[in-house]
Design a binder for this molecule. Structure first.
Ligand SMILES: Cc1cc2nc3c(=O)[nH]c(=O)nc-3n(C[C@H](O)[C@H](O)[C@H](O)COP(=O)(O)O)c2cc1C
Length: 217
């Protein structure tokens, strides 16, 4: 009886910690992105490459803000259009940001990260070993509900194309800033979708890690 009570008490603590943990995350306002400078385009193209090793240090908030703006920020305030193209301007891709503290949703218009789920889910963003080390992993999620008029056969291909443009923006930003990055399609989409509480119309397309290059040992 006593043992059963202790187990019950432990379960209550675990549940409470889980709930408190989720509530602890708050909206992260990002610094205004710096949209000047960087390496000349041809130099960035020369440096673009996939990395599979990352130093564990966090990115400064300014770098994260610049990265997200380069990836999928609003570059024409009058129309709300973005740094990457999207088929029929559906803007169906959302960028989720997996950090050690939790997963957030990039709100480009507000230049903020909205909490999605607390806890370190970075290891869920891919099957390869280095995945857990990168301080930031972007997850590109397409919401097919926004793809009005798309033929069902085209939806997936267009969502993948639109996410790939965002991914290339990330590659070029990282090449310009001396950061390491790598996109991946190799991931358990169902497990990740469940963990970040996606709706049935949403699908995980790619994940892309970003961090400082790992120093040679
Ligand atoms: C759609 C797509 C999916 C990819 N998936 C993975 C992946 O799951 N894991 C990985 O390590 N690299 C992945 N890559 C990176 C490629 O392996 C890499 O781009 C390729 O080897 C060429 O190297 P580079 O990017 O340095 O030119 C992916 C690239 C693309 C475009």
């Amino acid at each position: 009886m006593k043992a059963a009570k202790s187990i019950l008490a432990a379960m209550v603590v675990v549940v409470l910690v889980g709930v408190v943990g989720a509530e602890e995350l708050s909206v992260m306002r990002l610094p205004a992105p710096q949209t000047e400078g960087g390496k000349p385009l041809m130099q960035a193209l020369r440096l673009r490459a996939t990395a599979r090793a990352f130093a564990p240090e966090a990115l400064p908030a300014q770098t994260l803000a610049n990265l997200l703006w380069a990836a999928w920020g609003v570059n024409r305030a009058d129309s709300g259009k973005r740094t990457a193209p999207s088929a029929r301007n559906w803007q169906e891709v959302d960028v989720y940001v997996a950090l050690p503290s939790g997963v957030f949703l990039y709100d480009a218009a507000a230049n903020a990260l909205k909490p999605v789920v607390a806890g370190d889910l970075r290891a869920l963003t891919g099957g390869q070993d280095f995945v857990k080390d990168a301080p930031v992993t972007l997850v590109f999620v397409a919401d097919t509900a926004r793809m009005k008029g798309a033929h069902a056969d085209d939806q997936k291909a267009l969502a993948w194309a639109d996410a790939a443009f965002i991914s290339e923006n990330v590659y070029l930003f990282c090449a310009s800033e001396g950061l390491a990055t790598g996109v991946r399609a190799m991931l358990d989409r169902d497990a990740l979708a469940k963990a970040i509480k996606l709706a049935p119309t949403q699908m995980v397309v790619f994940a892309q890690s970003v961090g400082f290059p790992k120093k040679q040992e």
